[in-house]
Design a protein around this ligand. Sequence first.
Ligand code: GDP
Ligand code: GDP
Length: 440
Amino acid sequence: MKPVIALVGRPNVGKSTLFNRLTGTRDAIVADFAGLTRDRHYGNGRVGKREVIVIDTGGFEPDAGEGSIYREMAKQTRQAVAESDVVIFVVDARAGLSAQDHDIANYLRRLGKPCVLVANKAEGMTSGAQTVEFFELGLGEVLPVSAAHGQGVRSMLEIALERVPGLPPEDEDEPEAEPGVIRLAVAGRPNVGKSTLINAWLGEERLVAFDMPGTTRDAIKVPFERNGQKFELIDTAGLRRKGKVFEAIEKFSVVKTLQAIENAHVVLLLLDATQGVTDQDAHIAGYILESGRAVVLAINKWDAVDAYQREQIERQIETRLAFLKFASLHLISARKRQGLAPVWKSIAQAHASAMRKMSTPLLTRLLQESVAFQAPPRSGGGRPKMRYAHQGGMNPPVIVIHGNALDRVPDAYTRFLEGRFRKAFDLVGTPLRIEYRTSE
Ligand code: GDP
Ligand code: GDP
């Protein structure tokens, strides 16, 4: 599971600059859940081979009074801190120590969360002057960094990760699930019916075993079997067992959702027919797409909507979730247990598609047939020439096409090829990536 780092500090110390530096400005914001997360941003970062999730927070005043504009920000920041494995507390080396810094330090100390204190904007300052006054905060070592210039950022991250308890060494790959096991995450906003669906399923199926989290780093995984296929259900909603059933007792956690998606083979994205497709649904869907995971869509509470609403939601899915066109769609009622069996079929199909092996000769033949059927259009000086194709990865499948002048292939032609490959290999429910390697 990716470690989670929260950036905390008063306004203007350079948290956003640091966030952009850590996550790479291009795809900085992977999930910005409107409404739920004002002033909170989530991004993927990387230290060496290790990937991390970074949370940016707004300006933090831990003791913001009733009615203060910082009140909501403080709440969001506390939540980000709670969800993180380590906090990077940012202060401003140029502005010096402030009363708010003391408040934040006290808050973090009380919490006992692993924490790294960094003095930002330290470029060009003499090494004593950068940090000396911040020792007073009583958080130990102060690391001078410059978010704007990238100085000290790498070692700051390494030190932060050293403080995450129970993190496996960097070169240790995540243990793969048992072969043949499909890791499934049920994702969706609060109240769409995730617990109801899971209970409906687990009530029917044999529950093999059960893990409860020992530390916050352990995700809940529920192994079970259906029709001889082994599954591992990954916790997304903060599902907890209460007696014989599961219920969502935690508030919606973006971090948990992101981590579960990353850890899954297939994500079942659940929507609520009575609410239509909301911004949050679209955000979660966007993250699933970005992660390259296989996905199955299910619209729950189909029993509770009339014909007009049904038509509306189907149209919304076509427009707002157009980018998930490759996924199969199910209209279900978890409460009435209607339409649930076909969902399993789609999950298995999406998994098989994501793991499909495609041989070089077959890919190359399909490529040549496609080009013969319709050649890539001539552009500029010449016509792109496609020579052969091989598989560059699984989950999601990647097809690498080799040839000349392939940087001139228009998107529409790539989509044409994607359609041909999808059909030939029966790829349903998984993204398919096509990459070009051009020799000139
Ligand atoms: P935030 O409110 O904590 O997110 O702070 P921002 O990232 O928005 O930065 C506040 C201001 O500090 C901006 O004008 C940044 O350009 C500036 N800033 C951020 N990092 C550095 C740095 O490393 N050196 C200097 N000199 N300025 C910085
Ligand atoms: P979660 O937060 O996503 O786990 O959602 P829950 O499973 O707790 O369900 C939220 C509410 O929706 C509960 O009151 C459920 O009884 C209700 N609900 C769940 N599935 C259905 C359904 O298929 N039809 C209807 N009408 N209500 C449902």
